[in-house]
Design a protein around this ligand. Sequence first.
Ligand SMILES: CC(C)(COP(=O)(O)OP(=O)(O)OC[C@H]1O[C@@H](n2cnc3c(N)ncnc32)[C@H](O)[C@@H]1OP(=O)(O)O)[C@@H](O)C(=O)NCCC(=O)NCCS
Length: 180
Amino acid sequence: MRDVDRGIGLSYRAAIRLEPWGPDDLPLLEKCLGDPAMMEHLGGPESAEKIAERQALYERPDSKQFKIVDEESGKSVGWVGYWEREWRGEPVYEIGWSVIPAFQGRGIAGAAAGEAIERARVDGEHRYLYAYPSVNNEPSNAVCRKLGFTLLGLTDYEYPKGNLLRCNDWRLDLFAGGSR
Ligand SMILES: CC(C)(COP(=O)(O)OP(=O)(O)OC[C@H]1O[C@@H](n2cnc3c(N)ncnc32)[C@H](O)[C@@H]1OP(=O)(O)O)[C@@H](O)C(=O)NCCC(=O)NCCS
């Protein structure tokens, strides 16, 4: 673990790297989105059709969706990505993350999200990046807290369509503490 990225509030990093999401990464996406335990706070597992749809989107070179690779074992251990959305009338980024059970609790989500946030900051497209973990998703809320997000309050988030989740509304200012 290294002491880096104080600018975005990250106090350490596990040894991981991000790689572009590739054509061979469907099994990893299935482990992340098709497993009921992994999707406990996200409205339940996604169907094979939905996962295949996502795979096609993630493979696009401009998708901003990444595979998380554990440096020590060389294994693919999860997904992190960000995308544009509108929130309260403003274009913003939203971020999401997922780490397979065998590799959880080692700081991997925090490190991977820190890397992705750095990329979003360098893109320079939007000032604010949001995350909306369910209020009961303790590890995900802990990741937001340790990366320096500000908790704005509670919100109802529709995910998947037709299913309302009670979520925390976390926001990170990508322009704070940088060169802007
Ligand atoms: C959320 C998720 C990505 C976290 O992955 P991870 O690699 O284990 O996360 P990290 O190790 O970086 O950090 C987890 C943090 O949660 C904390 N945590 C774990 N369980 C906790 C609990 N029950 N209460 C409070 N904090 C908890 C850990 O202590 C750690 O914080 P710390 O580093 O300050 O000690 C992983 O649990 C996951 O993939 N879940 C399923 C998918 C999901 O819910 N994605 C998020 C959607 S918003």
